[in-house]
Each structure stands twice: as C-alpha cells, then as structure tokens.
Ligand binder design. Structure first.
Ligand SMILES: [Zn+2]
Length: 311
C-alpha cells in the first residue's frame, strides 16, 4: 500500500503524453511512450528518490559492515567487471561518478590511475563516502554541482540512470562537464528482461505480489534500443556495449538461474543478437558526438519532440 503522493508524468525523454500501460506494481504503472517507445513509470511517486535521504542510523545498520570493510558488497564483482572495461577505454584522467551513494563503486576504483570525484544528492550517502572511504564527494545533484566546462575525462552512472526523471537535462550536463574526448559509462537494468520476468511471474505463474521493476524508485526502464536513442539524442555515440554480470542476491536458485541467463545472454550477443530477455542489465561506453549542438538546460517541447520523431 503506497501512502505517498503519486503524479502522472509525460515521457521523460520526448515529452509526449501518449502512454500505453504494459505493467503495474500496485498503484504505479509502467507505460510505453507512443512516440519514442520509452518504458517509464506513470503514475509514479512524486518523490521517488526521497528514501535516500533517510536516517543515518538506518543506512549504517544496512551498510555498516561494508563501510567498515568487515565484508564485501554483493555488487563488488559487478564493479570489478565495469572498472576493467573502463580501464581499457580510459585508463587515466579525472573520473566523475554521478549518484555515488555511499561510494561503494568509487572505493573499488581507488588505487587505479584516475583522480576520483563523486556527486551524490543524499547528504547521508555523500557524508558516509567521505567519512569511511576518504572520497571527494560533493553533496549535490549533477546539475547543482556546477563543475567547470570540460573538466572530466570519464563520467560514470552505475545503476543510476534509471533513477533519473530528466535524462535529457542530465546528459546535457554530462556533455558539458566532459572533455571533447571524454567518455560516458552507463549501466542500467534491461527493461526487456524485467518485462519478460513480469509476464512470466504474473501471468505465467500467477504471482501477483512480486515487484519486478522497482517502480517506486526506477522511473525509466531502458531497452538497448531506447537507451541508444536517448544517448544519441543527448549528443553521445555508443562505442561499446556489453552484457554486464547480473547483480547477485537472494536464494541460491535465483543466483543459479541468473548465472545461466547471463551465459546465454552473452552467447546470444556474441552471435550477433542484441540484448534480449535474458540480459539482466545493459552497459555502454559512449563518446561525445562531435557535431551535436549545445542544448539549453531546459529543452523546449518542440526540440524534444523532434528527438522523439527520429525514431
Ligand atoms: Zn517518448
């Protein structure tokens, strides 16, 4: 039961308001935009990221052993895979991690050849990242941080872009703070995987209470196609895309199923297929498109509409 206020929103990418509902979690709807095909949540919570601003004690109860180094994070194998890819494409320079949370990803990047900076809107997350890991993390949104033009070589958004309700604005700001030869790394859950799981669980197995989409906080659900379109609309060209390892948690059989799905998804992609239903997530390294005009911070509906009609 959701007691928080809900809002109906237009497509976060193209601004059109012609959604078709494809799934729901309680009162929250997952819809496909009739213009650009983006999967997004509407109605959604009015403040979908509010719980990140919770109590310090609650965060410490959950993450204390990891912050104190007494145990690893279940996402460490994911972070290691992602950092290995990033070292191939941009082995040194200034790295900005957007949505740093408590610094779990950045802590794994320490000791490599990057100068690390994070930006995190939750004061508690940013504070814990500074306190426990000595990281340089600014308490702000990316747009609020006001970094100088072209001051980073690499911007990372690891399990973050799906939380962003204004992807065009964020990408515009990423372009601005990146050097001309800078790279953007984005990793998001695969919307096709979640839709597949939703249909399997709810329709196939009749499990109606299972939450697949994390729709309370994940406000956009990208597929490989819509992620590419949104990135291209924001002035980026994908240089490399890969099926990331699944994030592992839960019962042994869930882990085993995800491992099998991962191997099959890798094989499918190696054979020339895309990111089908078996890839839990999508990861891309993107470069700035050289001929992309400078966009105003708030794109007009006409401009975003044009972007949508490129589809
Ligand atoms: Zn749209």
């Amino acid at each position: 039961m959701i007691a928080e206020p809900l809002v109906q929103v237009p497509c976060p990418s193209c601004g059109a308001d012609v959604p078709t509902r494809v799934a729901h979690e309680g009162a929250l709807g997952i819809a496909r935009c009739g213009v650009c095909r983006l999967l997004y949540v509407t109605p959604r919570l009015a403040h979908p990221q509010a719980h990140y601003h919770g109590e310090r004690e609650a965060v410490l109860r959950k993450y204390g052993p990891i912050l104190r180094g007494e145990q690893g994070h279940n996402r460490d194998p994911n972070y290691e895979q992602e950092l290995a890819v990033l070292r191939r494409y941009k082995p040194r320079g200034r790295l900005l991690d957007v949505g740093t949370h408590c610094g779990f990803f950045l802590r794994k990047a320490r000791g490599m050849d990057w100068e690390l900076t994070g930006v995190e809107p939750s004061p508690i997350g940013a504070q814990l990242a500074r306190e426990f890991y000595g990281l340089d993390v600014k308490t702000a949104t990316l747009q609020g941080a006001q970094f100088p033009n072209g001051c980073f070589d690499l911007v990372t958004m690891v399990d973050v872009f799906e939380h962003v309700g204004e992807p065009n604005e964020v990408l515009g700001e990423v372009r601005r703070v990146l050097r001309e030869d800078g790279l953007l790394f984005v990793k998001v859950p695969n919307g096709r995987y979640n839709l597949f799981k939703y249909r399997l669980f709810r329709r196939g197995l009749g499990l109606r209470q299972v939450e697949i989409f994390d729709a309370k906080e994940h406000v956009v659900h990208y597929t490989a196609e819509t992620l590419r379109r949104v990135l291209e609309g924001g002035g980026f060209q994908i240089r490399f895309a890969f099926v990331p390892r699944p994030i592992q948690d839960g019962a042994w059989w869930k882990r085993a199923l995800r491992s099998v799905a991962y191997r099959l998804a890798q094989a499918q992609r190696a054979l020339g297929g895309g990111f089908g239903e078996l890839a839990t997530d999508i990861a891309v390294v993107a470069a700035k498109a050289p001929d992309h005009g400078t966009l105003p911070a708030n794109r007009s509906s006409a401009a975003t509409r044009r972007n949508g009609e490129l589809v």
